[in-house]
Design a protein. Sequence first.
Length: 876
Amino acid sequence: MRTSTEELLTQRPDLVLKLQGCIDGALRVLVESGHFSPTDCDGIQLPIYTPSQQARRLLDHVRSKGESASLVVLQYVQQSLESESSLEQTNPKFVKYQKKLRSSVSAQSRFLSTYGGTSHMPLDDIYTEVQMELPNNSADNYKSMGFEEIIGPVGSVNDDADTVLASGEAGSGKSTWLQRLHLLWSQGKALQDFLLLFPFSCRRLNSEQRDLSVQELLFQHCCWPDRGQEEIFQFILDHPHLVLFTFDGLDELKQSFADEHRICCPSQRAPVDVLLFNLIQGSLMKGVRKVVTSRPEAVGPALKKHLHKEIHLKGFSLSGIDCFVRKHHSDPNEAAKVLESLQANTALLGLCHSPVLCWIVSQCHKELLGCGEGSLQTITDVYLMILQHFFQHHSTVKSAMGVNWLQENLGTVLHLGQLAFEGISNSSYIFSVTDMETCGVTESDICMGFLIQSKDMSLANSKCCEFLHITLQCFLAALFAILSRNTGCSAISKLFELQEMKKKRLRGTCFGACLNSTNIPNIVKEHSTMAETPNLQITATFVSGLLSQRYQKLWIQCSSSVLVEKKTKQAEKCLSKGMQQHFRSIPQPVQGEKKSMHAMPEFVWLIKCIYEMQNSRLAKDAMSKLEAEHLKLTYCNIGPVECTALAYVLQHLKNPVGIQLDNNSVGDVGVEQLLPCMHICNSLYLRNNNITDEGIHKLIDKVIHLQNFQKIALFNNRLTDACTKHFSYLLKTRQNFLSLRLGNNNITAEGAKQLAEGLKFNRSLQYLGLWGNKIGNEGAEALANALENSESIVWLSLVGNGVGSAGACAMSNIIRNSTSLEELWLTENCITRTGVESLTQALKHNHHVKSVWLKNNDLTSAEIEEMQQTDSRLVF
Ligand code: ADP
C-alpha cells in the first residue's frame, strides 16, 4: 500500500487540477488540523501566482510537512468530489439543466461566424492567442492569460466587485475571446468551478422590449429548463459563486451604463438594461461572477468603480499574426507567401495586429498576392479588397470581373450601404426583414456574404441579419455616404463634427436627419438616440479613405462626379478645420517650459483620417500651423497603425519637436512606422510600449544620421543586452546625444559593458538611467571606468540593480574625477558600510555633486545615523 505522500506524488497532475477550484477550502482544513500556519497560507496565495501555481505550491508545501498533512489534503479532495456527485444524486433536474446549458453554449460557440458566409471554421482550429494588458500589473503585460487567471485575484482593483471587464477597439478580438471562454467552459476545459455559465450578447438584448425578472432573463435568453425551473433558480440564488454571466459588447447596448435605478430583488421585473446594470454592479445576485466586453469609449467612471479588474485586449502579437495566418491556410506554401508579402509591407503588417484585419488579409490572399508589394497601405485599401473579394466570389462569370466591378455591383452596394448607414445612425446592428425590404436589400444581396443570419433568440422566428463585423457595417455606410445621390455634403460634415456636437450637448441630434427623408426612411424611428461616436468615427475614417484621390476614378463610374468632388472638398475642409481647432486649444506655455500639446484622442483620429486620404498637401498645411515644441500623446491607444499615420503627418512639421508616446502599444512594428518622421524629432519618449531589441536596432540605424535626435526614454520595455551594442554605436557616433534612459528592462552586466564601450568615446551624454535592470557590481564597474573622467554626465541612476559595495567603490571614482556629475542614484541596491565610506571619501574632493541617493541598501539604522553626519549630500 502506498503512503499518502507517495499518493500525492503519483496523483499530482490530477490533484493540481482539482485543487485549483478549492485552494481556500484546502488551506482552511490544513490550518484547522494544525499542519499549516496562516503565514504558510499567505505564501501560497500570493496574488502573483496563478491558481495552478498555487495548487502546485500547496502540494509542495504539504509534502514538506509529512505524511499526516498529505492525508488531510487527499481526504479533503475526495470529500469535495463526493459532495459534487451527491449534488448529481440529490438534484437530477439541476444536472440535466446543466447538461442542456453546456450543449447549447457549445453549439453557439463552436464556429466562428465571420467565416459563415464562405465556409465553416471551427473556433478550435483558428483561435489564436491575443495580447492582453493588465493596467495595474505591468510585469505581465502583453502575455496572454488563461481564463482562470483573468477571473482570479491577479490585478484586482476592487476585491468586493465581481465584474471583470475586457476592453478593446472594434476588431481587437473581444467577441472571439469571449466565445473561446464559452467554448472551453462547455468542453470542460476551463472555469470548471462554475457549474453554470450564462452567455449574453448586448446586441441581442437590445431587441428585448419587455420588462423581465432575472429568472426570465436567464431562462428565456440563454437556456430554458425543461423541468424544475424554480428549483434550478433557487440553486442559482443559493450558490452564486458557482455561476458565471458573460455580457458581450456592452458598448452596443442602446443605453449607456447608469447607476441610478437600483433593484436587488431577483423576482422584480425591470427593463433589460436596468437588470444588466444591477447585475454588473452587484446589487442584484451579488457573488455571481461577470465577464463583460466593451469598447473603451463606453467605459466611464460610473462603471469603473464596480469593476473587479479591467484587462485590455490588444490584438495579435507579431508571432500571433504568424500563427493565425498559418492556421487560416491549410496549404503551408500559401501561408508562407502571405507572410512574406506582409514582411515586405510593414504598413500592412501593422494593420494585421488587429485580428479583424488579419482575417481579411488572410481571406483575400489571392487579391493580396496579385496586387504587388506595398500597394495596400490603408485600412480603406483592405476593406475595398474584401468588398471586391466577396463580389468576385459570387460573380457568375468569375474571370470577367474587370475594372467595372463596383459598377456591376452598385445595386448591392447601395442597398447594403443604406442598411448599414441607417443602422450606424440609429445604433442598430440587427436588421429585420422589414428593415431590409425598406432599403431594397434583395435575396441576392444577402447571398453576397456581408450579412449573416442573426442568432437572436427573442426574434427566433423572423429572419434577422447582421453584418459580419461592425467595421464592415461602418465601411458599407461610408460607401453609401459617398455614392448615394441622396446624401449631400452635410452628411459628410456631420460625420466629422462629432466632438463639437458633443460639446454643445446637442443631444438627440440624428445623423439621419441630414438625409433627404423622403428617399431614406428611418429604420427604427423609436430608437433614434444619439448615434455612437466610435462607429461614426470609424465611418468617417473610411469616408476619408474612399475620397482619396486614388479612388476618384472608381466613383466617377458610379455616381455624380460633381457631387463626389464636392464631398471630397467638404471632407478635406472638415479635417483641416478639426486640426486647427485642436491646435487652438493648446494652452500658452508656463514660463520656462516648452510649448506643449497634449493630444486628445480625436487628434489621433483626425491624423488617421488624413492618412487614409493619403493627402500630403492636407498634412503639410495642417502641420505648418502647429507651434508646439513637444507633442504629448500618452495613453492614446497608439499602435502600429496610428504610428504610420502619425509619421505621415508629423514629417511635415517645420521645427523639431519632442514626441512623447509613453504608455501606448507602439511595439517594434510601430517603431519602424515612426522612422519617416524621426528627422523632426529631438526627443523620443516610448516608455512602456512593448518594444524589443529588434525595434531598437531599426530605430538606431535611422537616427544615427539625424543630428536633431538627442534624447530617448525607453523605460519598461522588453530590451535585453542585445540592444546595448546599438546604443553603444550611437554614443560613439553622435557627439551631441544628451539622454539615454533604459530603466526597467533586462540589461545585465554584459549590456552595461557594451554601453561602457560607447561611453568611453562619448563627450556629450548628460543623463543615463538604468533603474531596475540587473547590471550588478561588474556592470557598475564597467560604467564607472568609462565615465570616470566624464565632463558631460550630470545624472546617473543605477537604482535597483543589485549593486554592492564593489560597485559603489567604483562609482566613487566618477565622483572623484568627473567635473560634471551632479546626481548619483544608488537607491535599492545592496551597498554596505564599505561602499558608503568610499563614496563619502570621494565626496570630500567634490563640490559639484548635489546628492547621492542611498535609500534601501544593506545598512543598519545605526550606520545610517552615523554616516548621515559625515556629508549632508548623502540621502538615506
Ligand atoms: P471585436 O469583438 O473586438 O470587435 P471580434 O472578436 O468580433 O472583435 O473579431 C473580429 C474577427 O477577427 C473575428 O470574427 C475573427 O475572424 C477574427 N478574430 C478575432 N480574434 C481572433 C482570435 N483570437 N483568433 C482568431 N481569429 C480571431
